[in-house]
Design a protein. Structure first.
Length: 764
């Protein structure tokens, strides 16, 4: 299970918050969020919540934009054929559509080319460039790619075909010898905003070419920018905010057909609509077939073509989901638990879903993940990687660039290909690189918490205020709130596949519904009505005309040690192979029995041993002999969960203590008989009508008191014995303590047991 790190952001100064509240009249909680994000005045607030398009930068601030416009204008005037060379993801698809539409508006002879993911791969392809040249292209404009296309661009330039690169990906040390490279972070440029998506750069070029603001293209900008997970600050925030309005009002038949297929309410478009409904369907074209169908959907004016195209994308997206599940199951079985970076390869893995599968591996394991498909015929492997935390995946790949045939990407995602023979070395190199350069804490998925709050801090109006900061995305995430020590009730799994969790958060003055998508498995680690800490967003849920506040939890944890009641009268049936648990044994024979059956299980411990336990979840397999052994274990270790099995092999509590008359009966028999065979105690127990365990206990007490001994398997009575208080013998005291312990641990209620173990964990 991927454990998330909770990190509370630096809190806003009280004086700054108070000043903003007085100046703007907003709520204190909203003011605290604003100040935390650098919004300290009414002017700043209006600029964020009601931005003006005039705040966008002049496109001619981009390095050599004027030169690019002159060359394109000349091509249009001379009726040269222009080809837009795009990419097969949502950013590349929208970039291509935007530039094609712009050039058509200007009267250009324009065509476009999207490389095939499976046969050509990402970025400029020499064969594709030659094909475009052979078909008459005299100017090639790349979008959302190009800065790594040295070979292809050189090929074109040598044939007097100019290439204008528009890209936003991480720059190589040496730029290609293109006619122009338009990039927001160009080393010779000084553009004020470095984080445009590919479609953002294309939009800037369109703005410069048209000499007026292309409002009609903002819908495409919103899709590509949100889908590519670039920083949603500055210009991107403004363009996406207006772009979502444009998406609601769009006249594109293709988008309307896509809304219908994806069941998207066009009047309520937000970043979630784009990220989870629109973009995945556009991406499905390039993942499963050919991305040109997605471009055609966006630029068509025919409702009939739009309907057919949207239906095809829906079919491809359904296929993509099925294939993703299949590939993930295969890849998951190959995870190496001790690896710091997942590098997993297999044959016949669908290359269109490798990135999605890598993302799911990151979520499942909490580790950077690379997934490769092996092509035996070419002896090569093609893969996709995803990262998390502060691990810069592109920088790591660049460190071992000589292992790859091709590679590219950015800090959190990358694509690459390499000879099969280099896979093992890549795995070893990345693993060591991570260990040498990063602390394990750096690799955790971090939930950055804005504020600690209580349920009663929120109202519908407060949440509406907070929502005015939308759209959210990278570097401008939706506010996350921490609710501490919340009493939960009605905890249950929901959804057709039971993968989601729902509960009610109860406080003294307020209760809130809480839903946690994808966290249904956490119900297995929560007891009845647990006290929990929750990190999540506060949203407005509309259902049947009613509007209620709801917390969308991103993670939740027990507020204290969580005790899970697994007590049973039957022998414990634990999942002994699960290395996520520490199994604590008190009975030496049972420990040896289980250890012999599962010799690889390093997570078995004897309770009396002074062992360092790394696991966070503890299983008390059987009944300890005394309270102190439990307390010592709990006090000196930190556990998130305690699974209370406490199987008793004797059940002392139910048998009780031997009565005075039981001792007298055994004493009388022993002292009136000679040579009693110790091995035949079962027969003696039946004769005396005393349970065998009680008979054994009485004999042990007599031995300690000096009444009898065991010699050569025979019970031998002693002469001239001194009268002793048998209740003061250690054997008697230990059984009495065992009885009391069993009463506490086996016959208490689940709530009483939980409170007891938590109390013991805090007692020194």
């Amino acid at each position: 299970m991927n454990r998330k790190e909770w990190k509370i952001k630096k809190q806003a100064g009280e004086e700054d918050v108070r000043r903003l509240v007085e100046e703007s009249g907003i709520s204190e909680i909203f003011a605290a969020l604003c100040v935390q994000r650098g919004i300290t005045s009414l002017v700043d607030l209006k600029r964020m919540t009601e931005p003006d398009l005039s705040l966008l930068h002049d496109p001619f601030l981009l390095f050599e934009m004027e030169k690019a416009v002159e060359r394109i204008t000349a091509a249009i005037m001379d009726e040269e054929k222009i080809t837009v060379y795009g990419d097969y993801d949502a950013d590349g698809i929208t970039s291509t559509a935007l530039l094609v539409e712009t050039l058509e508006m200007l009267g250009a002879s324009v065509d476009y080319y999207i490389p095939n993911r499976f046969t050509e791969g990402y970025g400029p392809n020499p064969q594709a460039f030659q094909t475009m040249i052979d078909q008459g292209s005299r100017l090639i404009i790349t979008c959302d790619n190009g800065v790594q296309g040295h070979e292809s661009i050189e090929l074109a330039q040598k044939q007097s075909v100019d290439v204008i690169v528009t890209d936003h990906h991480e720059l190589p040390e040496v730029l290609p010898e293109a006619f122009v490279v338009i990039h927001p972070d160009h080393p010779k440029g000084s553009y004020p905003f470095k984080y445009l998506a590919g479609v953002g750069v294309a939009f800037k070029l369109a703005h410069a070419l048209l000499e007026e603001f292309p409002y009609e293209s903002l819908d495409l900008v919103a899709i590509g920018t949100v889908a590519d997970l670039v920083s949603l600050t500055g210009e991107n925030h403004i363009m996406v905010k207006y772009g979502m309005r444009a998406l609601s009002e769009t006249s594109r038949p293709g988008l309307h057909a896509l809304y219908e297929q994806s069941q998207t309410d066009h009047q309520r478009i937000d970043e979630a609509s784009i990220g989870f409904r629109i973009a995945p369907r556009l991406n499905a074209a390039g993942r499963m077939a050919d991305a040109e169908s997605a471009v055609e959907l966006l630029i068509t004016h025919s409702p009939e073509e739009a309907q057919a195209g949207a239906e095809e994308l829906e079919r491809l997206n359904d296929e993509r989901k099925t294939v993703t599940d299949q590939v993930f199951q295969e890849v998951e079985s190959k995870i190496k638990p001790k690896a710091s970076v997942n590098v997993i390869a297999g044959e016949n893995l669908h290359e269109g879903v490798l990135g999605i599968v890598a993302s799911r591996l990151v979520e499942a394991t909490g580790k950077p993940s690379l997934v490769f498909n092996i092509d035996e015929e070419s002896q090569s492997a093609k893969g996709s990687g995803r990262s998390l935390g502060s691990f810069n995946l592109f920088r790591a790949l660049d460190r071992f660039g000589d292992l790859f045939t091709t590679y590219g990407g950015h800090a959190m995602a990358a694509g690459m290909s390499l000879p099969i023979e280099n896979l093992t070395l890549l795995e070893e190199s990345l693993d060591q690189y991570l260990l040498d350069h990063y602390d394990p804490q750096d690799i955790n998925e971090v939930l950055e918490i804005d504020l600690k709050v209580d349920p009663q801090d929120f109202s519908l109006e407060t949440v509406k205020e907070i929502n005015s900061l939308e759209p959210y995305g990278s570097d401008h995430s939706a506010p996350l709130f921490l609710f501490e020590n919340i009493q939960a009730s009605h905890v249950k799994k929901i959804g057709s596949d039971q993968t989601h969790l729902k509960l009610q958060m109860i406080s003294e003055e307020e209760s809130l519904d809480c839903i946690a998508f994808g966290l249904g498995h956490l119900t297995d680690y929560l007891g009845d009505d647990p006290c929990i800490d929750v990190v999540g967003e506060v949203t407005i849920n509309e259902w049947n005309g009613r509007r209620n506040l709801q917390v969308q939890a991103k993670d939740l944890r027990p507020a204290d040690i969580q005790v899970i009641d697994k007590r049973s009268r039957y022998a414990p049936q634990c999942a002994w192979e699960d290395t996520g648990f520490a199994y604590i044994f008190s009975n030496p024979s049972f420990y040896e029995h289980i250890s012999s059956k599962y010799p690889q299980a390093e997570h078995f411990y004897k309770i009396e041993e002074d062992s360092a336990i790394a696991e966070e979840r503890l299983v008390f397999v059987d009944m300890p002999k005394n309270k102190k052994s439990i307390q010592d274990l709990l006090v000196h270790h930190t556990f998130s969960h305690i699974y209370a099995v406490f199987h008793s092999f004797e059940d002392v509590y139910m048998q009780g203590m031997a009565k005075r008359e039981d001792f007298a009966k055994v004493y009388k028999y022993i002292f009136s008989h000679e040579d009693i065979d110790y091995k035949k105690r079962d027969d003696l127990a039946k004769y005396l009508k005393i349970p065998i365990n009680l008979l054994n206990h009485i004999i042990f007490v007599f031995i300690e008191a000096g009444y009898v001994t065991i010699s050569n398997g025979v019970i031998v009575k002693q002469e001239n014995i001194e009268q002793t208080d048998l209740t003061e013998t250690q054997a008697y005291i230990q059984r009495h303590e065992q009885l009391q312990l069993e009463e506490l641990l086996l016959y208490s209620s689940a709530k009483e047991l939980s409170e007891l173990l938590i109390q013991w964990s805090k007692e020194e």
